[in-house]
Design a protein. Structure first.
Ligand code: SF4
Length: 390
């Protein structure tokens, strides 16, 4: 099986003004981000170099470029343009491609939104997380609910016609009522897309593609984890689905809802297992067939390699065809489109049906709302034992 040319490019920008205690992304803060010795400009040059080195031999123009982080809105528009120019040269970017940039809502890190738009970004994903001030504080966020509104207004003024908000539920101090309040206030800002994620608090991990968490973050997680409640989390998910549905948003992936036509094309690339490229520390790529590869998380190693003109350190994994097929089914099942009925092993399908987790729609099998809540139970039956979703 031959690797396919990537149709999406993920660009990881790891800098934030400070590190939130629940964050598992590859992120650095402090002097690396702020002050005269900050490393952002050197990093953007390294990213540009990696894009050049990852150029496919026979590229297909990208349908999507996604600047994720970290806080990519800490870049200047000129830096975003520098990277898009490199991507255009190395991969090609199709006309009308979706170009997303994640932004934090606070005035200190939302960046020059009109400048990003002028640089070619056409979709903004704003990390709102909550519309309740006390919850934002308890999450260690720097912004206020009013900042989220200001950020959306600035983005609309700057020319963005496609805005997504991210919200978190099952956060410390949250109740089902305060979650309703967050959803209602977020909807009042008229976004085009909304992602709602349950707060997941992993213990520390020792993989090369993630960074260790601080002791303070570990203590924070221990304290918050005991307050979390599975039943309340499920109730919050159902509330989100109802409120978003009645506001005209369609559910299209377990954690994502959009007004029709505003589904994230970049994320759909992941869920439909097409090939995507990825650059930046900790970034993961997939060749669309059997091979995954990733960069190591450490910024120093990343910068040292690329400054010397070499690809950064990282790892590679070749999947066997049965595992690749199982993963493809699981990813696709996350979406409202589901998978062709014949793709799911009969025993798993029967089990899912007997518990009301899946339903058949026009020859496809897709998750019911109960299935969305208990998807990991079903996925564990589809994946080889050692790969079952945590
Ligand atoms: S702002 Fe986002 S990426 Fe940065 S530390 Fe907080 S959660 Fe992580």
């Amino acid at each position: 099986l031959t690797a396919r040319a990537p149709v999406a490019l993920y660009v990881h920008f790891p800098f934030c003004l400070s590190v939130c205690p629940y964050c598992d992304f590859v992120v650095v803060a402090g002097r690396a981000t702020r002050g005269p010795g900050n490393r952002i400009a050197a990093f953007v040059d390294a990213l540009e170099q990696e894009i050049v080195l990852r150029a496919p031999l026979a590229p297909t123009p990208l349908a999507s470029v996604y600047f994720g982080g970290g806080t990519p809105s800490l870049m200047s528009p000129a830096q975003v343009e520098q990277l898009l120019t490199a991507a255009e040269r190395a991969f090609g970017i199709s006309n009308g491609a979706e170009i997303t940039l994640e932004a934090n809502p606070g005035p200190a890190d939302r960046g020059d939104l009109a400048g990003f738009r002028a640089a070619g970004v056409n979709r903004l994903s704003i990390g709102a997380q909550s519309m309740v001030g006390a919850e934002l504080k308890s999450l260690g966020r720097r912004h206020t609910p009013a900042d989220v509104g200001d950020c959306v207004s600035a983005a609309r003024r700057g020319g963005f016609a496609n805005i997504s908000l991210d919200l978190l539920y099952d956060v410390p101090g949250q109740t089902t009522d305060s979650w309703r309040h967050s959803l209602a206030d977020a909807l009042a800002l008229a976004p085009d897309h909304l992602s709602a994620y349950a707060l997941t608090l992993d213990a520390d991990h020792a993989d090369a593609d993630v960074l260790p968490i601080s002791r303070g973050a570990a203590r924070w997680r221990e304290r918050v984890r005991v307050e979390q409640d599975e039943d309340r989390t499920a109730e919050m998910y159902v509330v989100a689905d109802e409120l978003l549905g009645s506001a005209g948003f369609e559910w299209y992936e377990i954690s994502n809802w959009a007004r029709r036509g505003f589904e994230s094309r970049h994320n759909l690339a992941y869920w439909t297992s097409v090939a995507w490229a990825a650059v930046g520390p900790g970034a993961h790529a997939f060749d669309g067939v059997l091979t995954r590869r990733w960069n190591a998380a450490r910024l120093d190693g990343y910068l040292a390699a690329l400054t010397a003109g070499r690809l950064p350190p990282g790892g590679v994994e070749h999947l066997d065809p049965a595992t690749a097929q199982a993963e493809r089914i699981v990813l696709c099942l996350r979406t409202a489109a589901g998978v062709p009925a014949g793709d799911i092993p009969v025993d798993a399908l029967g089990w899912g049906r007997s518990y009301g987790l899946v339903e058949a729609v026009e020859g496809h099998v897709r998750l019911t709302i109960k299935g969305r809540l208990l998807s990991n139970e079903l996925f564990a039956r589809l994946l080889p034992r050692q790969m079952a979703v945590a």
